[in-house]
Design a protein around this ligand. Structure first.
Ligand SMILES: Cc1cc2nc3c(=O)[nH]c(=O)nc-3n(C[C@H](O)[C@H](O)[C@H](O)COP(=O)(O)OP(=O)(O)OC[C@H]3O[C@@H](n4cnc5c(N)ncnc54)[C@H](O)[C@@H]3O)c2cc1C
Length: 438
């Protein structure tokens, strides 16, 4: 055995970095990642453009900002540009009905649809998301008795706020909570991309005393018969830990490290996925966005508001299709759909300086359903089935959605792991002092 730490964290995405930064306040802490820190929150430089891995917006006033503030991390950014926003319904493009004026003008909705939508949205502040956790999104929307066109816009809002394209599985508490958060507090597109948040979080972890090791893939974790918790790395080296936080991204990746799927995770919903085309444009276009009310496609130029994503005058456009759960559409078809949407927005091939197609990204590790108890029914940080091994990620814990859940469960798992390691160390000290007395 080469080394020993109070707490070892596997994964340096947002969840792992939050866990490590928190644990390091009271315990010797090592954070391991098979790649570079950041995971899905990474920003990749392509020429003079900064590409997040698909469109990323930070929910203001959510769990993520609260955890980051406690760790001394700020998140400079800007609100999405709304002026000139556009929506698409089939082949028709018109003003995005988000303000009173655009709603009145929009030809995408009937008068009856407009009135129903205003009623739906004006009640949002009073929604109590936890009360609708037992309903699917579809069942919840049925209670508003929306005409078909208004229901389509409501479903667009659900998709945009949750990333989930399935009204028959997703628990309504996720949708109600996310729409409420977005309407009340808005979201931020981060200056320099989400990588700037990753860098600041990694710096906070190091400031607190954690060591971050990259290129260090963990292959297994086991509690040996002598009680030691041992992690094995791909190169064969072993590291001993008082306790461990697994922040490997998805339930599947986490279960692979444990050697088995804990019984508590037997009935988790499938992953939420998106297919993404990231485009760096020589020249930004007039409109800030083109949202697909139908088809389910998102397109926003994040460089219209956030700084340092594209060179002066350029555009940084994310196009994403919200995939139905368990989708198997061929890659060529998905790409063609994203390209067609970009063309409808006005992107000419000659205006594209950089591009990247991400076929099928995991946006969230699992979809909460009414049967599994909605958000609050997600696996707990101590559900791994192995004493001293905690889990964190966007599929863990009762609080938040997307990155909010990763940071919230990361902080909670880091605290629990540090406490657990201290308790075990105290136990060992107590035993050895008893031996001394004897
Ligand atoms: C297209 C897209 C759009 C999104 N948009 C938003 C948004 O608008 N707002 C929002 O809040 N969230 C958004 N998200 C979700 C957000 O990116 C994730 O919830 C969050 O980044 C997940 O962080 P994590 O640390 O839980 O997991 P990950 O980022 O997946 O990190 C897991 C880390 O573990 C490492 N790892 C895995 N296995 C091992 C191993 N065996 N050994 C060592 N290291 C290992 C990986 O290399 C990785 O770095 C989006 C995601 C996608 C894909």
């Amino acid at each position: 055995m080469n080394e020993s730490f109070d707490v070892v964290v596997v994964g340096a995405g947002l969840a792992g970095l939050a866990a490590g930064a928190t644990a390091a306040l009271g315990a010797s802490t090592l954070i391991l990642d098979g790649h570079q820190p950041g995971g899905r929150a990474s920003t990749d430089e392509r020429g003079t453009y900064r590409f997040n891995r698909g469109p990323h917006a930070l929910y203001r006033g959510g769990e993520a900002q609260a955890v980051l503030a406690r760790l001394g991390v700020s998140t400079p950014g800007a609100f999405p540009a709304v002026k000139g926003g556009q929506a698409r319904l089939g082949d028709r493009v018109d003003a995005l009905p988000t303000t009173a004026a655009t709603l009145l003008r929009s030809r995408l909705l009937s008068l009856r649809g407009k009135i129903a939508l205003v009623r739906f949205l004006s009640g949002a502040k009073k929604w109590r998301p936890a009360d609708v956790a037992g309903l699917t999104v579809g069942q919840w929307l049925d209670t508003f008795k929306l005409p078909e066109d208004a229901r389509k816009v409501a479903l667009w809002l659900v998709r945009t706020a949750t990333y989930t394209n399935n009204e028959d599985r997703l628990s309504a508490d996720v949708a109600a909570g996310q729409i409420q958060l977005a309407l009340v507090n808005n979201v931020l597109y981060l200056d320099n991309g989400w990588g700037s948040m990753v860098d600041s979080l990694a710096a906070a972890a190091q400031r607190n005393g954690a060591e971050i090791r990259t290129g260090a893939a963990v292959t297994s974790i086991e509690r040996r018969s002598d009680g030691d918790l041992v992690l094995t790395l791909s190169g064969g080296e072993e590291i001993q830990a008082g306790s461990v936080v697994l922040a490997a991204g998805t339930p599947g990746a986490t279960a692979a490290l444990l050697g088995d799927r804990p019984p508590a995770w037997a009935d988790l919903g499938p992953e939420v996925e998106a297919s993404v085309l990231d485009l760096g444009l020589h020249r930004g276009l007039e409109h800030p966005n083109l949202f697909g009310i139908d088809p389910p496609i998102y397109l926003v130029d994040h460089a219209k508001s956030a700084k340092h994503l594209a060179p002066e005058g350029g555009g940084l456009v994310h196009v994403a299709r919200y995939l139905p759960l368990g989708d198997h559409t061929p890659a060529a078809e998905l790409r063609a759909g994203l390209e067609e949407h970009a063309r409808m927005y006005g992107v000419e091939p000659s205006n594209v300086a950089e591009q990247r197609f991400l076929l099928r990204m995991t946006v969230v590790g699992m979809v909460p359903t009414p049967a599994s108890g909605g958000l609050a029914g997600r696996p707990a940080i101590d559900s791994s089935g192995v004493p001293g091994v905690f889990v964190a990620g966007d599929w863990v814990g009762p609080r938040g959605w997307l990155a909010d859940a990763s940071l919230s469960s990361g902080e909670a798992a880091g605290q629990a792991a540090a406490r657990d390691a201290a308790r075990r160390a105290d136990g060992v000290r107590t035993l050895s002092s008893r031996k001394d007395v004897a």
